[in-house]
Ligand binder design. Structure first.
Ligand code: AMP
Length: 279
């Protein structure tokens, strides 16, 4: 695996591959890699000739400086994991390499950044789009792979691609879970053993919602999930919503073509998100 820390050197190298007609798949991450990240790389490797993974803990998408500070950065372990899968290139820039001084970024994401995550993490998607646009400019991938785990993020990236008419295909990849249902996340390492157990309420609320889908109305499913989460010890619920899978607006009826249930909650000091496509 080749490792680049410079934008210029990476884009120069990728240029030589593109001249030979090779396609580039891109998997942006913030590191602390787990099997979920690696599954994105494997999907990318099956769909493109060369896979670029980036590891960059992007400061502009954190609303809480403490969260940024405590974000795990086990870079040697990450490199070892990437060596085990079909990752050809790792891009590992510094903050200085990606940001020069007091840049401004503003993109009109409309209601998408005011709902769900946007309500609880103001400015988060401005930061996400700012860094993804920069990374896309350097890598210029044919396809970029994002996890369904961050469902709203996928919709935001699709909006970015549409607004800038970027020539990249966005591929959404399935959520990888631990055996007991907990969605894999870099943040799970912050959970104590008892919190790890309490965190199962999130995936359980989603599982129940999908299981009961055929028997109940949307409003009923929603109330039951919220009640279940409120009564779950150690879980501080931020939202549980059943939404139109395309627009992410609240689902009005089961007639909507696609439905997704999304949940966010704090367990101890750790903020977790999860979702499930129910139709
Ligand atoms: P992150 O490092 O958290 O920014 O995540 C990098 C990419 O991995 C994003 O596209 C995430 O949606 C994706 N991802 C994170 N957790 C999972 C998971 N459990 N299964 C699949 N993809 C994931």
């Amino acid at each position: 695996m080749k490792i680049f820390t410079s934008k210029h050197e990476l884009s120069g190298y990728l240029e030589t591959l593109k001249e030979k007609g090779r396609t580039i798949g891109f998997v942006p991450t913030m590191g602390a890699l787990h099997q979920g990240h690696l599954s994105l790389i494997e999907i990318a490797a099956r769909n493109t000739d060369h896979v670029v993974c980036s590891i960059f803990v992007n400061p502009t998408q954190f609303n809480d400086p403490k969260d940024l500070e405590k974000y795990p950065r086990p870079i040697d372990a990450d490199i070892a994991k990437l060596e085990q899968v079909d990752c050809d290139i790792l891009f590992l820039p510094t903050v200085q390499e990606m940001y020069s001084g007091d840049e401004k970024w503003s993109i009109d994401l409309g209601y998408l950044e005011r709902i769900l995550e946007g309500r609880f993490r103001p400015g988060h998607y401005q930061g996400v789009t700012q860094i993804v646009k920069k990374l896309f400019d350097v890598v210029q991938p044919n396809k970029a792979f994002f996890g369904q785990k961050d469902y709203q993020q996928v919709k935001v990236i699709m909006k970015l691609v549409e607004l800038y008419s970027l020539p990249v295909e966005i591929v959404m990849c399935p959520i990888l879970r631990e055996e007991d249902g907990l969605a894999m996340s870099s943040r799970n390492i912050h959970l104590s053993p008892s919190e790890r157990n309490e965190a199962l309420a999130l995936s359980e609320s989603l599982r129940r919602t999908r299981e009961n889908y055929s028997m109940k109305q949307i409003a009923e499913l929603q109330i039951e999930a919220v009640n279940f989460l409120h009564s779950s010890e150690g879980v501080e619920l931020e939202y549980f919503e059943i939404c139109n899978a395309e627009t992410l607006l609240p689902a009005e009826s089961k007639e909507e073509p696609g439905l997704v249930a999304l949940v966010a909650a704090k367990v101890g000091h750790t903020r977790l998100i999860d979702n499930i496509i129910i139709k």
